[in-house]
Design a protein around this ligand. Sequence first.
Ligand code: GYE
Length: 332
Amino acid sequence: MRKRLLAGLALAGAIALATTGCSGSASGSTGSSTAGGGGAAHKVITVGFAQTGSESGWRAANTQSMKDAFSEANGFKLIFNAADNKQEAQIAAVRSFINQGVDAIVIAPITVDGWDDVLKEAKAAKIPVILEDRTINVSDPSLYAAWVGDDFKKEGQTAGEWAKKTATSPTNMVVLEGTTGSAPALDRATGFTAGSAGAPITTLASQTGNFTRADGKTVMEGFLQKYGNKIQMLFAQNDDMGLGALDAITAAGLTPGKDIKIVTIDATHDGLQALADGKFNYVVECNPLLGPQVSDLVKKVVAGQSVPKSQVATDQSFTQDQAKTALPSRKY
Ligand code: GYE
């Protein structure tokens, strides 16, 4: 009963927004929290969060940031699901949130494609969807209210520019790619190509390591078996795969950071430690602490307020010396 009434209010709110031109939250529900002030009690906002999985240090920091932001003390009830990086499992989690009648759904989409159907179902149920971290390809952008995340293409470009500066003579490179079909894997590759354009770099091999240490190690072992000491540079699309590769490189009798120059993306604590220790050569940051921004968006969308369609976090990059300075106060 109550749910239906709320849905009705949501529809009225959506129409009102549409007619006033605030299309940013057209799919927003207005029924879940009372207006601020006036002493009225605020209703708890129930949020289903479909996380990718637990593949990396970045992901652990992102999950923690989201759990902290969507706390009971902040007025939320969080239903958390981690999909082990399986798209079908993530879509099933979103469907279950819809069936539970949550007030809002947050998704960190594993891959860019395949979202249309379930997002249409959420829209039909008048449940707003907010995307965090990764982006998606979707037929109709009004299927989600907002996205907040990092600029993966720029991260790749920064890594590529470093590679170009470093490759002063012909250089053989291998690449450890992230999850196939994910926005960061696609965009970091595009960005790297743009940033390193014109450099005398030959890519010997490029393969997915699924953003994990274990696969980074296994795939790097394969690269080393095939190409041995021909490999002079490694671009790992995240820290964890680079960290896994360190084991393989050392086991092959080579010195990481010297025989093989390494650039990674994320700048987690472990990644910056490897950089400070001279095992990595350059690390580009990707900020995982998105929880406060996402929870703010959810509150506004649920209250029927208009929100920016996309918000991009700012990232920096680190040399070995800069890592030494940054490490003591690094939060993740
Ligand atoms: O770089 C990687 C993680 O989507 C930006 O996913 C995120 C990526 C991050 O597993 O470590």
